[in-house]
Design a binder for this molecule. Structure first.
Ligand SMILES: [Zn+2]
Ligand SMILES: [Zn+2]
Length: 259
């Protein structure tokens, strides 16, 4: 089981456009250049894409992504949905030219509004995207002892999907764009192998966990390794890494972690 952190920055990316030159962010460190949040999971013989950031095409090229079996949209915010048109290339490479897309009710409505041309039984024309749009079930059984659990997460005025990937006795939890974890989310991810958490910035925020809330959450769940992602430019990789307890890390673009 492997996760590729394709993008680890917050919704505006890091650094933001026209950033303040007085920032404490060390821009000579490539780990402080963060594209918007997307991740790719390989387990069993399945390749799962979580979200498509505005930089999705560049992220796929940087990480050598050549196949996606299932696409999961955690929620409809622009930083997670904007790159979906570039799924067209993956549709092109498939024999039926379409890709299964799983989302929440809110995500499904957003996809219908933004990509109405991608919702027919086959691509409108060769090279167009074609989505087989479905509601994400609580358990998606893929076969080969691989499954994906989903749980709804509080994320400001909407809910996002929390995802747990299970292959045999290995588990990876991906809980991003959430303010706090539900009892079910905690139960699904307790003592998992890899835990990924939203840890936006040092101070509190209405719809995301802060860096310090993520640390407390990681301690509670006690995964073998935990990673904090979706961070703003207030989080300098070296400075904030020094504050992290053992087995908790900051994620950065193009990081790969296997279990
Ligand atoms: Zn986001
Ligand atoms: Zn969001």
């Amino acid at each position: 089981m492997e996760i590729i952190f394709m993008g680890t920055g917050t919704s505006q990316g890091v650094p933001v456009i026209a950033y303040n030159k007085e920032t404490q962010l060390d821009l000579s460190n490539s780990k402080n250049w963060r594209t918007r949040c997307s991740a790719h999971i390989s387990f069993g013989n399945f390749n799962i894409q979580i979200d498509a950031a505005p930089e999705f095409r560049l992220q796929c090229l940087a990480n050598g992504i050549i196949n996606i079996d299932y696409f999961i949209l955690t929620h409809g915010h622009a930083d997670h949905i904007s790159g979906m048109d570039d799924l067209r290339r993956f549709c092109d490479l498939k024999s039926d030219n379409k890709i299964p897309v799983y989302a929440t009710d809110e995500g499904i409505e957003r996809v219908k509004n933004i990509y109405p041309y991608a919702l027919n039984d086959k691509p409108n024309e060769r090279g167009y995207p074609c989505f087989d749009l479905k509601k994400m079930p609580e358990i998606l059984e893929l076969g080969n002892d691989c499954r994906i659990y989903s749980t709804m997460q509080e994320h400001g005025n909407l809910e996002s999907l929390g995802l747990v990937f299970e292959e045999g006795n290995k588990r990876l939890a991906y809980y991003v764009d959430c303010k706090r974890l539900s009892a079910k989310a905690v139960e699904l991810a307790r003592e998992c192998d890899i835990l990924v958490l939203d840890g936006l910035k040092p101070t509190e925020h209405a719809s995301h966990m802060s860096f310090y809330e993520a640390i407390e959450c990681a301690k509670l769940l006690n995964a073998k390794k935990s990673f904090i992602t979706h961070t703003t430019m207030q989080i300098d990789y070296e400075i904030f890494s020094k504050e992290l307890p053992e087995n908790i890390f900051l994620a950065y673009d193009n990081l790969r972690v296997s279990v």
